[in-house]
Ligand binder design. Structure first.
Ligand SMILES: *Cc1c(COP(=O)(O)O)cnc(C)c1O
Length: 471
């Protein structure tokens, strides 16, 4: 299987190169050149309901063109050597019923307690193995205001071939989130607080990649949400959950999302044969996706708003380009034109025929903070379920979608452990959630981080002095 760019001007590459490159050199995103079936025939597909997560993952990744070594990576990532990285190694993502016809798919049982662990654990194993085979090293860099940093630290700590530099805005991440980045104790992990906001961190990362000679000398690599491995790994839990519930008809998924990564992963699973009905895109007040799907215009707003669900406080939904490419019947030239318009004016109208197609697969609703808190409260009062604020955005969106969802199974994706947001959860429900036993000592662990000004040269010097990949 080859991977092509949504902008049509980059040479096709293998699965692994798509993962190592991150973004295509023409500025587009990689997608497979065709959509394969994940399973051969009905029987095998139905069997996926009884497979362990890692067996299902090896089918899906093999269909998507991952080579044989990837199957071993999958076992290392999800079963691991003891202690296993996930609290439920067999299922990784347990399906929990919260009401008649209604479930929560818990994606937060990995080491940093957010759904990002599911993809990043695999990326960590895969990167290290592939770089050893190529006798290379990489400096992985990421800017994060939330959960990606912690998941990347857990995935890359102690890895021989990679050093990780995480840039976070000083004082803008929660204490639990910060501690997941600063307490690994690993020598190849560098948590850096930047004197500035998240946009400043992101501009620094962009500037580092834009300096071609620096990027080459430091062998820079990224693990952000446009990375193909993230989409591929995230599509696995949709296959399993949809097949578990399929006796009652195709499941409808409600997905809290900002970058459109998780919602798009569901669409990918459906394309590869999973019995999925509508996918509901649930956003917070940063509602570019909900506006795009409901109005037909993709338009950024002047600035992002702070909400109770910070991992979705995103202005531009990067992965939207991938679904637009499909809705435009893979017309890369058309994608290029629309994104050129987006670059100039901050928006574009989705062509009518493409918009109609998007609405066949997706519905959308935006949820404000008050509705988020009410949903947390209701889930606890009605069924004793403690939801994190991101999960609550999905719970609330179900009530808001128009037309309403039908009687077939409804699955809400639960993307973070409630204990990652203890203050918000306590305010809404009166209950202060506890950290699970494996990280109960998070607040006692020693922290290690450095502070730098929001200055590109200072960050370059910092990386140059520490990266084992430097040449
Ligand atoms: C990152 C994140 C999301 C949003 O993920 P997308 O890639 O934007 O779909 C939702 N919830 C939590 C807890 C997250 O960390």
């Amino acid at each position: 299987m080859r991977y092509i760019s949504t902008r049509g001007q980059a040479p096709p590459v293998s699965f692994l190169d798509a993962v190592l490159n991150g973004m295509a050199p023409d500025g587009g995103l990689y997608v497979p050149e065709r959509w394969p079936d994940a399973f051969e025939g009905e029987v095998e597909r139905a069997n996926c309901a009884n497979m362990s997560f890692c067996v299902a993952a090896s089918y899906v990744l093999e269909a998507l063109g991952g080579e044989e070594a990837l199957t071993r990576d999958v076992y290392d990532a999800y079963l691991g050597s003891p202690p296993a990285p996930f609290a439920f190694p067999m299922h990784v993502a347990p399906l929990v019923q919260i009401g008649p016809g209604e479930w929560v798919l818990e994606l937060f049982h990995g080491p940093s307690l957010s759904f990002k662990d599911i993809a990043l654990q695999l990326i960590g194993v895969m990167l290290d193995r592939e770089l050893r085979a190529r006798d290379q090293r990489r400096s992985v860099i990421c800017a994060t205001s939330g959960d990606t940093g912690g998941a990347a630290v857990e995935a890359l700590k102690g890895r021989e071939r990679v050093d990780l530099f995480v840039l976070t805005p000083k004082g803008r991440v929660s204490e639990v989130q910060r501690r997941f980045m600063t307490t690994s104790g690993a020598e190849n992990i560098f948590a850096v607080e930047i004197d500035g906001d998240f946009d400043a961190c992101q501009s620094l990362v962009k500037a580092l990649f834009a300096d071609a000679s620096f990027a080459a000398q430091a062998a820079l690599s990224g693990v952000n949400s446009i990375n193909w491995a993230r989409i591929a790994a995230q599509s696995v839990y949709y296959h399993v959950a949809a097949n578990v519930l399929c006796a009652h008809g195709p499941a409808q998924f409600v997905v809290p999302t900002g970058n459109f990564g998780d919602a798009y992963s569901g669409w990918v699973a459906e394309k590869m044969g999973a019995p999925i009905g509508k996918i509901v895109v649930a956003t917070n007040a940063n509602d570019i996706l909900a506006r795009a799907l409901n109005s037909g215009r993709y338009q950024r707003s002047p600035s992002s708003l702070e909400t109770l669900s910070p991992a979705m406080d995103i202005q531009v939904a990067s992965n939207f380009e991938r679904i637009l490419f499909e809705a435009l019947d893979r017309d890369a030239e058309h994608v290029r034109r629309l994104y050129a318009e987006f670059g100039e004016s901050g928006g574009f109208d989705i062509p009518e025929a493409a918009w109609v197609k998007l609405r066949e697969d997706f519905q959308a609703a935006a949820v404000n903070d008050e509705e988020t808190e009410k949903a947390m409260q209701a889930a606890y009062d009605d069924g004793g379920y403690l939801a994190c604020p991101h999960t609550a955005v999905a719970l609330a969106a179900k009530w808001k979608v128009d037309p309403p969802l039908d009687a077939r199974p409804i699955v809400h994706l639960a993307t973070a452990h409630p204990a990652k947001f203890p203050d918000t959860v306590e305010r809404a429900t009166g209950i202060r959630p506890h950290l699970p036993p494996k990280c109960a000592d998070l607040f006692e662990r020693a922290e290690k981080f450095d502070t730098l000004p929001a200055d590109v040269e200072a960050v370059k010097r910092y990386i140059r002095g520490r990266s084992r990949a430097w040449r």
